[in-house]
Design a protein around this ligand. Structure first.
Ligand code: LLP
Length: 390
């Protein structure tokens, strides 16, 4: 089931603003959250944590926290930002292969719900820091399930060759350690196979792997209260208008159908992209149109420093000229101003005849856009506006 919704871009207001900037449609974000919560089932044993790494803009965080979601954080500063934005620390999970002592202390001070632990060394450090404070730390062991996701190699995380998690072969030993450390409460297992996943059979494969693992745990008489399956649900980058809200029903139904939870177990999700991607666009202006030997370039004032996904992953973002939507189509290479030949948003993009000063949208940029911006070439970080604040 997909909701129908069309973002309205306030062109008159955009014309008065300096570019580039991110524009977030909070109405679409609210609709996305309402759909997600409906499909997860209110008050069910499905608990959704928003993956803050996808976008930590405080305006968005407040809307997501208000909807009642928990947070999935990967650094101490993310934990602080989430708490400041209204997330309940009792719903914060904290993952990462390289948690520093200072970050672990931040998490302990906030008494977060759970650490997702990625190594034995980390487990021992968390135990020590918790014991020093006369606290107990709840942990889930991150298991590397060796399940591939059919997505870009840079965003696959659940294969044995990736740096994440503890291998199935080492799991029993790490569980023994966790059970024996005095300041550790082992409360769950954590998994994550990758990102921008649209083929539900990838998630089915993860369910099958977890079912086998739970049978192994049954044999040793161990039942953990929580299973965390990470995130990864993809979105439709090609047709943001057709699929403004991701197919949360298919996603949650896959887990309902294929994962055999034990009585009383809660199932946790860490969803980032699917919540925020479609509500965000990067808005920029054409600085120059340049005729090359064999093609023409539309050179934008936004570059890879504002949205790095095309340069880093050859990711597709739909590009639209909203100043002249009715003009006849021509092909352009749409590029940024940064001194790198990878600073390209799209090649041979069909756009209405484009001119200096036209406003250009890069759609579906709400996830891993603003948060991955850099200051390369001494460029300022992009600004942001929301439909509520513009
Ligand atoms: N949980 C864990 C352990 C993760 O590593 C990630 C994402 C998530 C949850 C959230 O995944 P999502 O629901 O957003 O797919 N910068 C890349 C994506 C990197 C994803 C990293 N981990 C991109 O722009 O495509």
């Amino acid at each position: 089931m997909t909701a129908t919704y069309t973002t309205r871009f306030p062109l008159d207001k955009f014309r008065r603003l300096d570019t580039p900037f991110y524009y977030y449609d909070l109405e679409l974000l609210r609709l996305t959250l309402a759909t997600l919560l409906n499909e997860a089932g209110h008050d069910s044993n499905f608990k959704v944590h928003y993956a803050v790494k996808a976008n930590a803009n405080p305006a968005l965080l407040r809307v997501i926290a208000n909807a009642g979601l928990g947070a999935d954080c990967v650094s101490g500063p993310e934990i602080s930002r989430a708490v400041e934005s209204g997330f309940d620390p009792a719903k914060i999970v904290y993952a990462g292969v390289g948690k520093t002592d200072r970050e672990i202390i931040t998490a302990l001070d906030h008494d977060i719900f759970c650490f997702n632990v990625e190594s034995e060394a980390e487990l021992e450090v968390i135990n020590q820091l918790a014991a020093d404070r006369a606290k107990r730390a709840r942990v889930a062991i991150r298991v590397n399930p060796d399940v591939g996701a059919h997505t870009h190699a840079n965003i696959t995380t659940g294969l044995a060759e990736n740096k994440f998690g503890i291998s199935m072969a080492d799991l029993d030993r790490v569980i023994d350690l966790a059970l024996n450390l005095p300041a550790i409460d082992l409360v769950g297992l954590h998994f994550h196979i990758g990102s921008q996943i649209l083929d539900m059979t990838d998630f089915t494969a993860l369910c099958n792997r977890i079912n086998l693992l739970q049978e192994r745990l049954d044999l040793r008489g161990l039942q953990l209260p929580h299973i965390n399956v990470g995130g990864g649900l993809g979105i439709d980058y090609r047709h943001p208008e057709r699929h403004p809200v991701p197919d949360f029903k298919a996603y949650f139904d896959t887990y309902r159908r294929h994962l055999q939870l034990r009585p009383g177990q809660t199932l946790h999700f860490e969803i980032g992209r699917a919540i925020v991607a479609q509500c965000g666009s990067l808005v920029s202006r054409v600085t120059y149109v340049k005729q090359g030997a064999s093609k023409q370039f539309a050179i934008l004032d936004a570059g890879m420093t504002d949205l790095i996904r095309p340069a880093l992953y050859q990711a597709f973002h739909k590009i639209e000229n909203i100043s002249n939507p009715e003009a006849p189509l021509e092909a352009y290479d749409v590029v940024g101003p940064v001194c790198e030949s990878s600073d390209v948003f799209g090649k041979d993009v069909e756009l209405p005849a484009t001119h200096r000063g036209d406003l250009i949208l890069l759609r579906s940029a709400g996830a891993y856009g603003e948060i991955m911006a850099s200051g390369y070439n001494c460029r300022p970080l992009p600004l942001s506006y929301t439909s509520d604040s513009i």
